[in-house]
Design a protein around this ligand. Structure first.
Ligand SMILES: [Fe+2]
Length: 453
């Protein structure tokens, strides 16, 4: 059952009941994950700030409940507020992350009780919602928005776990093995394709509407840049040569003292790359064949310039991911329109690292580009703007207030992104200096006239 399938039938009795069941399943999955991430550590760890970049985990937990209360209990349900006194405390716009530990936050026990109380009411609201009619309720949109919100905070909490010091508390099996790809890059032909969506029921405002974009012919890597390749850039003195860096990137490199991806250690025990890393508390050799992760936009851009290449733009990335040359259609996902399965992509914290290159042959796009969805968010050389015809929904603070800011686009999701937010139209953005997110990149290049002849 997919949101799309369920949405198509909404309005008929059976379709509405299937959609209700789908919403309930998604809500439960999201809660199982945020519960696991907050129960893996003790109360002291929950209230501690592990990095200035992150909230204490207990803030994320109560904030998840607060957003759920605002949209589902009060707005969709029309019910009395549960805790109107804490609205401001958990308003992300009122309090920067660095300030959150000093707030009179709910204790871990209070936060757990609060999210449980809100969720009980939400299941009652869900049972009574027609899941059609006004736009917020049609196709269960508001519920889908809240599921995605909780899953996005779960990924943020996973990033907090990565920043946390101490023994490992999270465990997962290793990702599937890699295998050689038939080509290092593929040609994406020139021409228009449909970017964004007007039909995906749970797509957020910034993914809408669908619109045609012309893209010139270009080559894109079939896989994200690996640790092994990135280590070559470091060994070649890439961090010491201003030729590869933008002026802004070079200044940031110096100020922040960047010498390698975040969490990499030069301790002599590394394997093929000569580097080790700390991954959720486990110190291990950096594997050569996994996509590099925890690099900022400036590092990605410097690598690409050193390699004689460039980062893709956002339309290029989406065309490589969705365009099917046989039909001229844009797919929901690189592999087709069906929901992601474990054979397609490394999503949903099923594993605690990116998978080696070639691990997901069934997830390749029609043009032969692999691992676009899952593994690592991919930095793109595009700023954040609304698509032509953009309309803020359901509130300006979801996307519109970020347009034109100091952000670069990230696409495709990471191993920590849930499938609920893993659509190939899903857009993410962050400051170009950020490294705590699960972000890597792949390279592209223009196609020359001779190559197209
Ligand atoms: Fe939030």
């Amino acid at each position: 059952m997919t949101a799309t399938d369920a949405g198509t039938d909404a309005g008929t009795g059976a379709g509405t009941e299937a959609l209700r069941e789908h919403v309930a399943t998604q809500l439960r999955r999201a809660r199982e994950r945020s519960t696991a991430l907050t129960e893996a550590v003790d109360d002291g760890d929950l209230v501690r700030q592990h990095s200035e970049l992150m909230s204490p985990l207990v803030w994320d937990l109560a904030h998840i409940g607060s957003q759920e209360e605002l949209w589902l209990v009060r707005d969709v349900g029309g019910r009395e507020p549960v805790r109107p006194d804490i609205d401001d405390l958990y308003d992300a716009f009122l309090h920067p992350r660095a300030d959150r530990p000093a707030l009179p936050l709910l204790s871990p026990a209070e936060a757990r009780g609060y999210v449980r109380e809100v969720r009980d009411k939400v299941f009652d609201v869900l049972a009574r919602s027609p899941l059609e009619g006004r736009r917020l309720e049609a196709d269960g949109f508001a519920f889908g928005m809240i599921v995605q919100h909780e899953q996005q905070h779960a990924e943020t909490m996973l990033a907090t776990h990565q920043l946390r010091a101490g023994a490992p508390v999270l465990h997962a099996p290793p990702p599937p093995p890699g295998r050689p790809l038939p080509a290092e890059e593929v040609l994406v032909p020139a021409g228009p394709f449909t970017m964004g969506t007007s039909v995906e029921p749970w797509a957020l405002d910034n993914e809408r509407p669908a619109h045609d974009v012309h893209v010139d012919a270009f080559f894109i890597d079939t896989a994200p840049v690996t640790n092994g390749r990135y280590a070559e850039f470091i060994a070649a003195g890439g961090y010491d040569d201003p030729r590869w860096w933008s002026e802004e990137g070079w200044a940031h490199r110096a100020k922040a003292g960047l010498t390698a991806p975040r969490f990499w250690l030069r301790d002599g025990s590394g394997g093929g790359t000569g580097w080790s890393r700390n991954r959720f508390g486990v110190v291990e050799p950096v594997p050569s064949d996994e996509p590099v992760v925890h690099v900022c936009f400036h590092e990605a851009r410097a690598y690409a310039t050193w390699a004689g290449r460039r980062l893709p733009t956002e339309p290029e990335w989406e065309k490589a991911a969705r365009f099917d040359p046989a039909t001229g259609r844009s797919r929901r996902y690189p592999w087709g329109d069906g929901e992601p399965g474990p054979e397609h992509a490394n999503l949903g914290q099923r594993h605690l690292s990116p998978a080696p290159v070639g691990a997901y042959p069934a997830g390749a796009s029609p043009l032969g580009v692999h691992q676009l969805v899952g593994d690592v968010w991919e930095w793109l050389d595009s700023d954040f703007h609304g698509y032509p015809g953009f309309r803020a929904f359901p509130y300006r603070e979801y996307s519109e207030v970020f347009f034109g800011g100091d952000y670069k686009m990230l696409r495709g999701g990471s191993f920590g992104t849930d499938a609920a937010a893993g659509r190939a139209t899903f857009r993410n953005w962050d400051h170009p200096v950020r490294r705590q997110i699960f972000a890597g990149f792949r390279c592209a290049r223009d196609a020359s006239r001779e190559e197209l002849a």
